[in-house]
Design a binder for this molecule. Structure first.
Ligand SMILES: [Fe+2]
Length: 232
């Protein structure tokens, strides 16, 4: 699955472009997390990522394609509308150990505020080219990567990307990722529901211009610190 995800991302970007971008993203994802791979390197545990509600819009019908490139469904020629964003990070234990073979799922509304759900708002305005949902299985460093759009607000919510992490022997775990500095955050009941400031910061990340990207693509790094230690 890992390699097929890479392949389909490759085919949509062109191999050389993809490798260059993936290299850059891997570097971004690794920045600041190099120490995490040394168990016991920190006297204190990492801040655990707060669990957040799954919400009502986990897809009730899966898209035809569930890979990690949400901009293109299968071999479609027309990509989704939105600000292209590479979202990457690692799934970690509280001690910073990578959790591999975790199934990471994301889902979010399209540029017009429509989810892949029969009860979504804005369903009549759905962008038919947005995949809306994707999956990735973490590798040996616990890393994941998605290409998607920068999330947008919809009535009642500030922009967010939903995450589910599924691992053998553990219940499905869900959270949401937010845009640092977005004015809607302070008005959002679910974001505000995280009372601990450090935990709030842990799910609120920069969506910044990707270094060297002429097309204005964005990159966001979101590490998820789970409440358990991987089995080795
Ligand atoms: Fe949502």
């Amino acid at each position: 699955m890992y390699s097929s995800s890479l392949l389909s991302l490759e085919s949509s970007l062109g191999r050389r472009t993809f490798l260059r971008r993936f290299g850059r993203i891997a570097a971004l994802a690794g920045a600041g997390s190099a120490f995490y791979s040394v168990p016991g390197a920190f006297a204190e545990e990492l801040v655990r990522t707060p669990k957040q509600t799954e919400g009502p819009f986990y897809p009730d019908h899966l898209p035809l394609d569930t890979d990690n490139d949400l901009l293109v469904i299968n071999d479609a020629l027309t990509p989704a509308v939105g600000e292209i964003t590479y979202v990457s990070g690692r799934i970690l234990s509280p001690a910073g150990e990578p959790i591999r073979n975790a199934l990471v799922e994301i889902w979010q509304c399209d540029q017009n505020g429509a989810y892949l759900h029969s009860k979504t708002g804005n369903g009549d305005k759905r962008d038919p080219n947005f995949q809306g949902f994707g999956r990735f299985i973490t590798g040996s460093r616990g890393e994941y990567l998605f290409r998607t759009i920068k999330p947008v607000p919809y009535p009642g919510r500030c922009p967010h990307i939903h995450y589910a992490v599924k691992m053998k022997g553990h219940e499905k775990w869900t959270t949401q990722c937010y845009i640092k500095g977005h004015p809607g955050n302070e008005k959002d009941g679910i974001w505000r529901g995280i009372k601990d400031e450090k935990q709030r910061d842990a799910v609120t990340v920069d969506f910044a211009a990707m270094p060297g990207s002429k097309a204005g693509e964005l990159a966001a790094t979101f590490d998820l610190v789970m409440g358990y230690t991987p089995e080795l």
